[in-house]
Design a protein around this ligand. Sequence first.
Ligand code: NAD
Length: 347
Amino acid sequence: MFQNPGFDGHERVVSVFHKQSGLRAFIAIHSTALGPAAGGCRLWSYDAPERALSDALRLSRGMSYKNAVAGLPMGGGKAVILGPVPESRRKAVFQAFGEAVESLGGTYITAEDVGVSEADMAVVAENTSYASGFEMLGGVGGDPSPFTAHGVRVGIESAAGHGLGRTDIENLHVAVQGLGGVGFNLCRELRALGARLTVADIAADRVEAACDLFGAERASVDDILLVDADVLAPCALGGAITEDIAAGMRARIVAGGANNQIANDDAGQILFERGITYAPDYVINAGGIIVVTAEYFGGSALEDVERAIDRIGDRTREVLERSRKEMRPSHLVADQIAREIIEKVQA
Ligand code: NAD
């Protein structure tokens, strides 16, 4: 693990094997400097366990940075459950995962991520009080993806203002890759404001629904990243912006909901050199963790949560302006802002 490129001085990384249920998981706690390490639990079928570990390491560091920049009293963590999990064992797996989270004594707080539903989280919560994202109280909580989508939309507005000088997003052409919880809700918000949509998903029924409901055009999963749109919004899995895509894409803005959108620093550098505005993923997709945190601590009014998510707009502008002024790629600027916040409390 210490040689894994994703290792970044993580405080604690736990591997979990639960014989009866078959649960195999990694829980990575990157930092608790700002508070308990908060971040979702992903269920995914990896080619090899090392890949699951890499994902947990990279995603948990991303959560530290996301939570810091969002001003949350939370550190960064992430869990990955190695799939596939047969339906017959699903409940037992999430119960066992809840026990594992509980055993960490509140240093890690979990919620849903890709492949994990609100109902799964309710099962996790049977065995631990360190779970969130399954209970809606006064409009705050439950499935975080609509809140994430809202923040992404606000981030797109800021990025379009910065990169294209746009004051609104009417007729802005947005290409959305992935129509899950985040992508589909993002389409809904964008359409309501008059944006034009091109969409792709590996699930044909989701594409169908987006075309019917939002008048979207369809693209193939291979073409979506190269569509001649104003904005490319990656909302599927990480790593969509490879060096080749960065060099060949036609949209002038990248702003979407997926975590770890740029495959590596070189891809980010290419975007920067081509003058493509990149709204760093974890700056604009923090809406979900903002509501997960509010649900976890309780007592927040919906308006306060919405106001907190709307501040993503200002933060996006701040990062993009600093990137322009310092002539450095925006993802490096965001990382530096996050590290400064974390180091300040560690000093
Ligand atoms: P989801 O599982 O609901 O949706 C993912 C969608 O992407 C699915 O519809 C899937 O079919 C599609 N997809 C997968 N591979 C694809 C490909 N190659 N091309 C096109 N479509 C593809 O997940 P989600 O909750 O919507 O999350 C999407 C992304 O946003 C993830 O990277 C996640 O980590 C990130 N994220 C989610 C939240 C949240 O609140 N759910 C918060 C922050 C970040």
